[in-house]
Design a protein around this ligand. Structure first.
Ligand code: MRU
Length: 356
């Protein structure tokens, strides 16, 4: 998708270096950063220079390529794979991508292993682009039918950033939006700010602006009243881990938005590629929920009057804060799952019908 009129992907491999757009600097600074070692990749995932379930999966896959470039050694590769998986616990794509790479590389001789690792990482990357594009086409049909009934601008609410910056291109939740915009459907997007890291305000609004899609940032608690006033036609969010039961773990606050949507009969859709499905866990309480540093709540970053990036403390110095990064939306609150294979109900039978 576009930044200042130029097409970008979020990650690419060039001359044995992994290039990323540093998302901790957006929206105020556009910086392309080099990852040269597996440690760089682990750090980029941990401090969220790259974030979003599909993108951290692909970054981990390239992290293993970097590990092999540093040292063509199986025990180093194994340690790298474990450290990558541990860098963030909730989004299943990370473990999924590392496991897929390690399976592909098992038994491969040392002369070939780097070439095969690079090929597989590129396949995972291309596959994600393809899946996100298909999610867009499948989700477009839903937006089209709402537009037909409504005969006016379709108002869509989204939470966090499940945009192209969270994937490689297109995004998951935003892909139907981009496809609808390209077809000429009039849209307006309500962008949840998404405290504490403000992925909605900093990333989703930024990427929608760059694509020329009208959007308005709202405080996270505003969605409810907008739904009561009939100002939201549908919600689309992403997923960090979707259980086979149809329960969806996504950015903290998603659950409350789904409750408000249910109470107001607003359709609530989750867009996800199959790499986000966890077929093993079927009790949502077993999902590891990441708890991040409380300074992400107590401090905020922005431009000062001299246009310099500054970080300031906004809480009382003695206060404690808790920073859970994800919550789970039960399947009963979800209208449908938009996947690369089609749209299905959030249920075991529907998901298995599509994928098994
Ligand atoms: O903590 P983040 O920014 O990595 O969380 C991202 C989300 O919660 C997204 O909604 C999810 O990863 C889906 S991305 C297509």
């Amino acid at each position: 998708m576009k930044i200042q009129g130029k097409d970008y992907k979020t990650i690419w491999f060039e001359n044995n270096i992994v290039k990323i757009i540093d998302q901790t600097r957006l929206p105020h600074q556009f910086v392309i950063k080099d990852l040269r070692t597996v440690k760089d990749s682990i750090n980029a995932i941990r401090i969220m220079e790259v974030r979003g379930a599909p993108l951290i999966g692909v970054t981990a896959a390239y992290g293993l390529v970097l590990s092999l470039i540093e040292k063509n050694d199986l025990s180093y590769l194994k340690k790298s794979s474990e450290d990558l998986i541990a860098s963030r616990p909730t989004a299943i794509n990370l473990k999924w991508a590392v496991d897929r790479m390690m399976k592909k590389l098992s038994g491969v001789n040392s002369n070939e292993i780097l070439k095969i690792a690079l090929e597989e990482a590129k396949i995972i990357e291309e596959e994600d682009i393809d899946f996100c594009k298909k999610i867009g086409k499948n989700g477009l049909k839903i937006i089209e039918s709402i537009a037909k009934k409504k005969k006016g601008t379709v108002n869509i609410l989204t939470h966090c950033n499940a945009g192209w910056l969270a994937t490689i291109d297109w995004g998951t939740a935003t892909s139907p939006i981009y496809h609808a915009h390209k077809k000429g459907i009039k849209l307006h997007i309500w962008v949840d700010e998404t405290r504490p890291r403000n992925q909605g305000a900093n990333l989703t609004s930024y990427e929608l602006n760059e694509e020329g899609i009208p959007n308005t940032i709202i405080a996270d608690n505003t969605g409810g009243i907008l739904m009561q006033r009939g100002q939201v036609d549908m919600c689309i969010v992403g997923s960090d881990r979707t259980l086979s039961t149809g329960d969806v773990c996504n950015k903290i606050g998603t659950y409350l938005k789904a409750l408000a949507a249910k109470d107001n009969n607003v359709p609530f859709y989750v867009a996800l590629p199959s790499s986000t499905i966890d077929w093993k866990i079927n009790n949502f309480k077993e999902i590891p929920i990441e708890e991040r540093d409380s300074t992400e709540l107590s401090h905020i970053k922005g431009l000062d009057k001299d246009n310099k990036l500054q970080e300031v403390l906004i809480y009382p110095q003695k206060s404690k804060a808790m920073n859970l990064a994800f919550d789970v939306t039960p399947a009963r609150l979800i209208t449908g799952l938009i996947t690369e294979k089609g749209v299905c109900n959030a249920s075991v039978d529907s998901l298995k019908g599509l994928f098994k």
